[in-house]
Design a protein around this ligand. Structure first.
Ligand code: 5AD
Ligand code: SF4
Length: 470
């Protein structure tokens, strides 16, 4: 048994990480033929991407996917720790699995991902969730085949969570959930330690993949007919810092933009690591989508300081304006936390005025959620939950008005849309614009996924557009 240790997770290892190749023992291949697995994923795109690898590894072992958890032989939750509700959802699901285990004791139940990295979660699993057979963390995902084998062949619980990052593993198998759009990891972990955030503990230190490995993966995707890649990282703008003296996200984006790939996206950006070269490259290449997720978190410099965000309201706005000026037609989206400890009504008003100024194209808004062991837990908090909920509601009203306004501005205009498939709406297709807006549209031609077509916007709603292809 190997349990995580928060102190160790918080310390950063200065060594350079090696890159190793994934290898599966040939004896394990198809060993579990006839068995099925159920996998549920919570949280961000990084987890979704990890799950694409988990699925591929399980299929190499011979498992078949089963969408109904009640019928599966192996049940796995890939979990998220970012806020309490994600945490509660996973525990709720474990409750259902417990009932199932009573009638089908032979099933194997596993939990992996960010929650597995939390000491308190592992302790809770050990004490009160004895029916969970397998727990592994974010640093040993590649060991799934070995761990599953142990869990199926022994009655002993398998708990193997490392507190430290391991070497970077390349050549992991993947079964992508979309045929036209692919996620490509470029950097793992985060070194920013925003005071509310658990990610630097659960995902470890910033580790960039070698540029050759990223570029090769993209070449393969192009060969396989992919039309869009999204470069992923907790903070993609820190790409390269740990590996190269003079090669960053701007350079990587430029190299990818010269390839024959119609759409490039990237997320998430930390304002502190955004430099002029990156903005210039995003503005220069038409296949780098003019869509940037730039979390602000708060409009008050006082709160930003308490959050450890390393920028002020003024410096954020300076960056925001620069991006708007240099990248034609750019859509900027954001994340905002309300009710951070110490946030007064005046601080919140500053967030409201910033949002009114920025008129974001999209915004994800959250009430602050205390995460065990993060520095924000120690800040005095005098605001009640009712006040926080009321602030969230006021904020949502303003941001939603902004989304509708942006969408209405597009009515009558022609936008480029990548077709994703047939819409749930009768006789309509759906896809995303360059600025990542969902659009349902009619077409008098047969379209297939991955096609990029011109669509005239006919109508606007808060969350989507309607149109017709021309
Ligand atoms: N409470 C509320 N929201 C949080 N986020 C991260 N940690 C917390 C927390 N403890 C939000 C931030 C981040 C997004 C992914 O989740 O806004 O940008
Ligand atoms: Fe969390 Fe801040 Fe890192 Fe984003 S940049 S993952 S909010 S610590």
């Amino acid at each position: 048994m190997l349990l995580p240790d928060r102190k160790e997770e918080a310390t950063r290892d200065k060594r350079k990480y090696k890159t190793v190749k994934y290898n599966i023992d040939s004896k394990s291949k198809n060993k579990y033929k006839g068995k099925t697995f159920y996998l549920k994923t919570y949280g961000c795109q990084m987890n979704e991407r990890d799950s694409e690898t988990l699925v591929a590894m399980l299929k190499q072992l011979g498992f078949k996917e089963e969408k109904d958890y009640r019928k599966a032989d192996f049940l796995l939750l890939n979990t998220c720790s970012i806020r309490e509700n994600a945490h509660n959802k996973a525990f709720g699901m474990l409750g259902r699995f417990k009932h199932l285990k009573q009638t089908r004791p032979e099933i194997v139940i596993g939990l992996c991902g960010c929650m597995a990295q939390e000491t308190s979660v592992c302790e809770e699993l050990l004490k009160n969730y004895k029916f969970v057979n397998l727990v592994f963390g974010t640093h040993n995902l590649d060991k799934l085949p070995i761990l599953v084998d142990k869990a199926f062949s022994s009655d002993e619980r398998q708990i193997e969570v490392y507190s430290r990052e391991q070497d970077l593993v390349e050549d992991l198998p993947v079964i992508r959930s979309n045929k036209y759009k692919a996620y490509v990891n470029i950097i793992y972990g985060c070194d920013k330690f925003c005071t509310y955030c658990i990610v630097p503990y659960t995902r470890g230190r910033e580790r960039s993949r070698k540029k050759e490995d990223i570029l090769n993966e993209i070449d393969e995707l192009i060969k396989d007919g992919y039309k869009e890649v999204t470069l992923l990282g907790q903070n993609v703008n820190a790409y390269g810092k740990d590996l190269y003296d003079d090669y960053n996200l701007g350079d990587l984006l430029e190299e990818i933009a010269k390839k024959d790939i119609p759409r490039i996206r990237f997320m998430t950006s930390h304002p502190w690591d955004f430099n002029d070269k990156m903005i210039e490259v995003i503005g220069k290449y038409s296949n780098i989508m003019p869509s940037i997720h730039l979390p602000v978190q708060s409009g008050s410099s006082k709160v930003l300081k308490l959050m450890g965000r390393r920028y002020t309201r003024e410096s954020y706005l300076e960056l925001f304006n620069k991006i708007k000026e240099i990248v034609p037609g750019v859509a900027i989206s954001t994340d905002i936390i309300v009710g951070f400890p110490g946030e007064t009504e005046e601080d919140f008003e500053e967030t409201m005025s910033l949002v009114e100024y920025c008129k974001y194209d999209n915004a994800f808004t959250f009430i602050f959620s205390e995460r065990k062991g993060t520095p924000a837990c120690k800040i005095e908090d005098n605001t009640t939950l009712e006040e926080k909920e009321e602030r969230l509601q006021r904020l949502n009203e303003v941001v939603n008005e902004g989304f509708l306004k942006h969408n209405q501005e597009l009515v009558g205009r022609v936008v480029k849309v990548m077709v994703e498939g047939v819409s749930e709406k009768k006789d309509m297709y759906y896809g995303y614009t360059e600025t990542n807006k969902l659009i349902n549209f009619t077409s008098n031609k047969e379209l297939i996924g991955g096609d990029i077509v011109d669509v005239e916007v006919m109508d606007a709603k808060t969350w989507s557009l309607d149109g017709r292809s021309i």
